[in-house]
Design a binder for this molecule. Structure first.
Ligand code: NAP
Ligand code: ZN
Ligand code: ZN
Length: 349
């Protein structure tokens, strides 16, 4: 075991603060990773504040991990010392159920081992990326393309794959009209990826504040949802809408923006039940769906796609000492568009 500096929440009500954890020595199939950067996902805040229930403390959040391999176990074949790698939202799964066998580990029938706020198969608590290093089985490690900077690539491990997976599953591409609700960490990756896939992309944001940015990110159109005229104008126009919002909203109003056979996919985790009027779906053979992150093969496909197209996240790099302030700014939708922690700053704490 090796002592590892980290930042942890000791309870749902406490601020994050320096904390020391133990990381295991690499086993035969393990890769030891020196964490260089870790993104701050809104899910980190939901979990550190126990908004989804069943949170375990102390909690070291962080599942957008980018770093460099420092050691490998004797049977590791995929990685070597010095490789640029990433770890996303899970570090293991049962490997035997139909979903795992199809590479859809995010839907593992037994349940994945979450990167943090979870347990390894042997019951050991997992600790996430707000730390100096991590040890992960090579089958759950991703390769980061050499042309992508590690800091701006880190959020691809959650924000990137969470949008790539539904965009691919519902076939976003040339001739398809895609709407993205919420231009935050997930939303801005949705715009970049949908644009690169060839779809016509519209951003639906609370105000016009992010309009200029959205064009730069690749959006074709931008509308403020605070303006009721937006909903009149866009009625029946989208093949696919992806919602990244985590608050309540008038769902029927958005479903009515779908074309016939259109699908609305929820990736943002709403903080309350979703009331949907049957007629919103019936009149147009529309679907309401959900999607969670992506499996290991699809996450690698997304990273390679981003490498090929030169896609990374727009980030604000912060020292870990600013973590609590950053959380407050995420809640106010005041980040352009993802905070990433420079883990070198952890040495000073
Ligand atoms: P984020 O950076 O905070 O972005 C959320 C966006 O929602 C904001 O930027 C904002 O965009 C919009 N929004 C709409 N109404 C809002 C309101 N009343 N207050 C604040 N913002 C509002 O968060 P994120 O990291 O992208 O995550 C979004 C959600 O997805 C979270 O619930 C997170 O837990 C969830 N998530 C799900 C998955 C999955 O696999 N399904 C994976 C990762 C995260 P505008 O300013 O443009 O309106
Ligand atoms: Zn996340
Ligand atoms: Zn499984």
């Amino acid at each position: 075991m090796s002592k590892t500096k980290s930042y942890a929440a000791s309870s749902a009500k406490s601020a994050l603060a320096p904390f020391t954890i133990e990381r295991r020595e690499p086993r035969e199939h393990d890769v030891a990773i020196d964490i260089k950067f870790c993104g701050i996902c809104h899910s980190d805040i939901h979990q550190a504040r126990d908004e989804w229930g069943h949170a375990t403390f102390p909690m070291v959040p962080g599942h957008e991990i980018a770093g460099v391999v420092t050691a490998v176990g004797s049977k590791v074949t995929k990685y070597k010392i010095g490789d640029k790698v990433g770890v996303g939202c899970f570090v293991d799964s049962c490997r035997k159920c139909p979903q795992c066998l199809k590479g859809l580990q995010q839907y593992c029938g037994v349940g994945m081992s979450l990167t943090y706020n979870g347990t390894e198969k042997d019951g050991t608590p997992t600790y996430g990326g707000y730390s100096e290093k991590i040890v992960v089985d090579e089958n759950y490690v991703l390769r980061i393309p050499d042309n992508l900077p590690l800091d701006a690539a880190a959020p691809l491990l959650c924000a990137g794959i969470t949008l790539f997976s539904p965009l691919r599953h519902w076939k976003a591409g040339p001739g398809k009209k895609v709407g993205i609700i919420g231009l935050g960490g997930l939303g801005h990756m949705g715009v970049k990826l949908a644009h690169a896939l060839g779809a016509e992309v519209t951003v639906l944001s609370q105000s016009l504040k992010k309009q200029a940015d959205s064009k730069r990110l690749g959006a074709d159109h931008f509308y403020a949802t605070s303006d009721p005229a937006t909903f009149e104008k866009l009625k029946g126009s989208f093949d696919l809408i992806i919602s990244t919002v985590s608050t309540g909203m008038d769902w029927n109003q958005y479903i009515d923006l779908l074309n016939i056979d259109g699908t609305m996919v929820i990736v943002g985790v709403p903080d309350r039940a979703i009331p949907v009027a049957g007629f919103s779906l019936i009149m147009g053979r529309r679907s309401l769906a959900g999607s969670v992150i992506g499996g290991i093969p699809e996450t690698q496909e997304m990273l390679d796609f981003c490498g090929k197209h030169g896609i990374t996240c727009d980030i604000e790099l912060i020292p870990i000492q600013k973590i609590n302030e950053a959380y407050e700014r995420v809640l106010k939708s005041d980040v352009r568009y993802r905070f990433v922690i420079d883990m070198a700053s952890l040495k000073a704490s």
